[in-house]
Every structure is written in structure tokens, then in C-alpha cells.
Design a binder for this molecule. Sequence first.
Ligand SMILES: Nc1ncnc2c1ncn2[C@@H]1O[C@H](COP(=O)(O)OP(=O)(O)OP(=O)(O)O)[C@@H](O)[C@H]1O
Ligand SMILES: [Mg+2]
Length: 726
Amino acid sequence: MNEGNDTPLEPEDAARLDKPVDLIPKSALPYRPRVGAPLDLLVDLNVGIVLGRSESFHRKYRSAGLGCIGGVSETADDLLLSLMGMPVNLDLMSPHVMFVAGKRGSGKSYTLGIIAEELALAMERKEIEVAAVVIDTVDVFRQMVEPNSDQSELLQKWSLTERGFPVNVYIPRRTYISLPDEVKKKARLFPLSIGPRELTVSDWGYVLEKGGSLSTAMENLISEVLESVRRGYAQESGERVRLKRDFSIKDMIACIEQNPSIDELYKPATKMAMIQRLKRADRLGVFHPGGTSAQDLAVAGQITVIDVAPLGSDAEAVLAILTNMLCRQVLTYRMAWTDEGTSAREELPPTWLIIDEAHTLVPRAGDTPAKDAVIGYAKLGRRFGCSLVLCTQQPSAVSDDAISQADLIVSHSLSHDNDIRALQQRAPAVMPDQFKDKVFISSLPRGVALAFDQSTENKRGFIMQVRPRLSQHGGTDRLSGLFEAVKLLTPEEPADEVDMEPEDYEEDLEEPEVGPEEQASEDLPEVPRPPLKLSKDDWKTLDGWMKQYIEELFQHRSQELDLTDEPAPRDAIPEEPESVVPKLEHVPITDLDPTDVQIRRFENIPKTLLSKASMRKVLYSRTSHEFLFTSEDDFRDQLAVERSGVQADDFVSAVARGIQSAGLELDRLIHEDGFTFVCFRKNGLRAAFAVGVTGEAFCAPVVVISSDRRLVERAVDKIRAALQGK
Ligand SMILES: Nc1ncnc2c1ncn2[C@@H]1O[C@H](COP(=O)(O)OP(=O)(O)OP(=O)(O)O)[C@@H](O)[C@H]1O
Ligand SMILES: [Mg+2]
């Protein structure tokens, strides 16, 4: 027992805050299987489990920028090692790529809603300022404006209160213009449109033909039509149709009917077929000059829901094109900053893109208009402050290029072997054998998920019960009925002139006519900084630039890039804790008989886990908790005294003397669960310690509490000094 002993005592970083976080009650966690593998996670006793952060990052920001998404819902063989009921908090401050999986009805979309809610709450608390865009194919996120009154009882168990959030909801323009103004206002609706100029020939393929497979003749035709409307063309009468910087589908149809060069080249049947398809696309009411831009959708401090459900079976192609646009635009804006040293970045905040049903957009096999853009965003986004949350029923059907970027995976129940295997292959943390069992993973109840975090502090995946939603999730409401009615009632040819012209479109129309060459060179930006609205040519340039950028980046670095400002979590060097060595020999004996103190023995576990488990015991055991915490206004500080190769009795006496040196007097012993809490008190101060041991290593967590913060700080300083021999 000399200072040269190679096992120093470690003080736990002082948490000068109030009560430890309340555990989620068992009644709220009905599913709590026992898991054999030890659970070692980043635990902050003031907030709970922390996902997506390194310990040093968390030390800097503490509870700021965290969102509580659920609670730990597994127990351990040794109950004292269990983290059961600890709230699970997700880092919302730094960018992440998150993947949410689960079979039909397992609670995936609900979990996405939780993330959106927590982003909104953290923004209300002014802890973060981001934009969140939720892409909703099945009409379940729009209802976030309403409180979750269907699950009041469940919310009560979690001590949560139902409420709605002021999300902005973009719905297809056609549906939007047909709704009464009061409805638009109440449901916070906005019109969503895509400028036809944004679409490539291949995009048009997906819009006009399921699966994107246009015949060669049709493909040539659409390509020529696009070229003609962009450049302008002469009609048979000799009258010239001016070039337009943006155009409508009607302009495209007019071109087929009136441009003599097209008329000559294509068979009437081809032209008819094309016109019919274009009319059908026009009836979707979503293609409109001007189009909604990333800047309309990604607004700082705002949650935006893009609800394409009213498009029905046509939603897929539109959604893919829209997602492509969004990913590229957001990324380009965010990237432009670093290259230029100026702030295109400020025009677009860090963005969280939340995509439900991602397998349709980023499939493993085959292509969609969105695939490359989403993968590019997943690979590069984090570097530029952008986060991505992808959700799918079938992890095995999603492109591996996207999943492999995930630093966080939340998987609900899965039942297909392929999907379970895909999860195993990509889980960014250790997956206990128990989780790999098909029977186990396929029988996870709805709302329960396995959570895996890449950060070194969170060693293995664990079982989490996702918390209930504060706001409403899905469900049919009056608006769903209205959407249906609009679909039935809207005339074939929508009234295009309904005071909806975006300002910039009108500006575009007023531009003087210029020759095609002149225009092309005029449109090409000198520097790759995106203008407010991007033309086709802008995109070409920017895409080329982005592609080159990505290639260079990946040439120079391995695929395993960590894209945050933080050091790569796996390489992070844990901070060396300040060492405290007790001078056991020099402290006088007290009247505590150390043999009365029961020391809890743990099977061979790491020392960090011993420290965490014993500290939790002192804070959460009912008896010690009751002794320590007498009011809501208490302040707490704590330290963990660690020592190897000492006599148990000497260790107990030394710790007790350390506490007494701060003026605290022995009050009582409380025996519980193989532990004894040694309790002290004096003038409003209360303290307690208990001792755990694994192998040769002892740990005594000491907790000091009072309603007077200064008293606590002074006492802890004294205890620490006594145990350090200062
Ligand atoms: N954490 C939870 N707490 C309480 N209820 C939940 C939870 N998760 C899901 N539910 C319930 O389960 C229902 C289905 O969940 P959800 O819509 O998220 O399923 P899904 O996995 O997205 O299914 P699908 O594949 O059909 O889209 C929800 O409407 C909700 O009532
Ligand atoms: Mg869903």
C-alpha cells in the first residue's frame, strides 16, 4: 500500500449537477430480457446513456444537444451490472449517418418520428440550429402538428406530456391548390413542385414509364423536346418560340405538336404515346416551373415534412427525383463553403435528411434517380455538417454503399435471414450471439430495438425501448380524407394560373432572349458556388465538380473516413484520469468497524465497469437514494476511489477517514444486496460510500450531497485531498 502501487485511484469527474437522472420505470419497459454479455456504455448519471459521442466530446457539451429516444430494456446476469431503465440519449450536435431497420409494423417510422421530435425540442432549447427534412411516402409524419392523444396512458408512464410541433408540410402542388385556405393554414401546408428543367432524360424515363425503361424512340424524342424547349424553336408558321430558362410540361407537349423538326422525325404513334404520358405526369400536379428548392425545404430551426403520399403509386419516381435534388443541392451548398472560404454554407444550415422506406430509393440492385445522390450524401455529408437517417424494412435490399456509412444502427425486429445477416455484417458495435439468433430478433416486440453505436465508449449493441411519441404518428385524419377528395375532384387540366407563380419564374420569363451558346456560357458559374436556383447547366458543372471532389477525397483516404471534426472514435485515446492514491497509513482509526462493511464481489469485469456499476448502486439503490436525496434542490458531487492489492478492511477505513476529514460524521450503515452503504452526515451535508471488488481491484464510489452547492464542493475537495494525502 504505497504510492508506487501501479493501480492509482481514479476520481470520477465531478458532476456538479442536481439529482441523477430518473430511471424509466419498469411499467414503461414491459420487455426486459436478460443478456449475458456485459454491457459497458457511455453513461452520464445526470442524463443516462449517450449515443453518438466520444467521452471527451460529451464532457465538453454535457446534456446540451442530446435527445432522449428511449430507455435501456435489458437486464444482466448480475443485476448490479444492469443498465435497465437508463434513458438513452442521442447526440444531435454533430452529424451522423443513422440506419433504422425493422420488419413491417415493428416501429421504424415511429422511431424516425422520435428523432424528428428530439431535433425540434433541442432547437426549441436553442442547443442546436439545424434544418430537418423528413421525406414521407406513407403519410405518417405530417400529423406531427397534432399532440399524441392516443397514447396518453403510455406517455404518463414515461412522465411525458403530449404536444404537437410546428412542422411545415409540403404536399404536391396540385393537392395544395385545391384545398381551402383555412385547412392550409391549420395544417401548415405548403406547395411542393419540381421544376421540369431539373430532370434529366433518364429522370423523365422514370416519370413516364414504370422502372424507367423508355423505348429508344421515346428516349430520343424526349431528349429532343428538352433540347428544343430549352433553346427555343421555330414553329411551322415561322413564329419563334422563345427559349425558356424553365418550362412546364405543357410547353413540352406544345413542342411535340408544333415543332416541325420533331413532327418530321417521329411516327405519330410515338408522339401520341409521349403526349399521353406527359399529360399523365402533368396531372400529378407536381411538375411546375420554378420548383421548390433545397432552400425552401432546409430552413434553420425548422422541421419540414415532404408528404408525397397524395401522389399514390406515382410517388416513387417523383420522390426519387426530389431526393436526388435535395441531396445534391444540400451537399453542394454545404461544400461550397470550404472551397471558397466564403459562406454559401450560411445560406443552407446543417441539415438532417430523414428518409423513410429507403430501399426504394437506394436499392442494392438496380438504379433509381436518387441512388447515387443519396450514397454521395451519406459518404460526404458528415464532413459538411449534414446528417442522414435512412429507414428500411429490408436491410438486405439497401445498397451496401449507403449502410456501410452508418455510425449508428437501430434495428427493430427482423425476420428474414438475409436481413439479419445484413445487420450482423454492418452493425458498428459488437453484436452479442444472443442477438444473432433468429428467434430472438424476430420476436422483439413493436417499439423495441437493438441499438449499435460506432463510438468506442459504447462497446456493444443493446436492447432499447423506444419512447412514446409526444406528437401524433400517422393515422387518418380529416386531411387524409381531403387529399382523397382532391384526387377525385380535380379536373384533368388543373388551373395553372392560380396565383402560384414563383417570383423567380416570372423573372426568368422576362429575361431578354439570348442565343443558346451565349446562354450556356452565361449560365456556367465561374466558381462552383451554387446560385439560388440552379439551371440544368449549373448542375452539370457542379456534378462534375462534386464527382471529382469525391474521387480525390477517396483516393487519398481510406473508406473508413471519420467525417466529423472529432478524432475517429475507434482511434480516440481515452483521457488519463487524474490519479488519487490514498495514504492509508497516515489517517487515524475511526470507530467504524470495517468488518461490518459488506463488499460486493463481481465476476471478472473490467475496472471501468466496476466503477460505473458501484457508482450507480450508491446513487440508485432505493435505501441509499432515500438517505442521500431529500429534496429536488440537492446538489451532488462524487468521486470513485480505486485501489488494487490492498486489504479490504484497510481500504474501507481509509475511505471512511477521508470522508470524516471533511467534517462529516458517521451516521448509519445500510446493508443491501451484498453491499453496505456507509452513511455520513453533518450540518445539511450527506455522504455515502459502498465498496465493490473484482479480482484484486477495489472501488469505493463516494457521493456527497447538500442543498448548498459550495458546501458540497468544499467537502469533496477535502475528501479528495485527504485521499491524495495533500
Ligand atoms: N416505441 C413505440 N411506442 C409505442 N407505440 C409504438 C412504438 N413504436 C411503434 N408503435 C406503434 O406501432 C405502430 C406501427 O409503427 P410504425 O408505423 O413505426 O411501423 P413501421 O415499422 O414503420 O411499419 P411499416 O413497415 O408498415 O411502415 C404505430 O402506429 C404505433 O402505434
Ligand atoms: Mg413505416
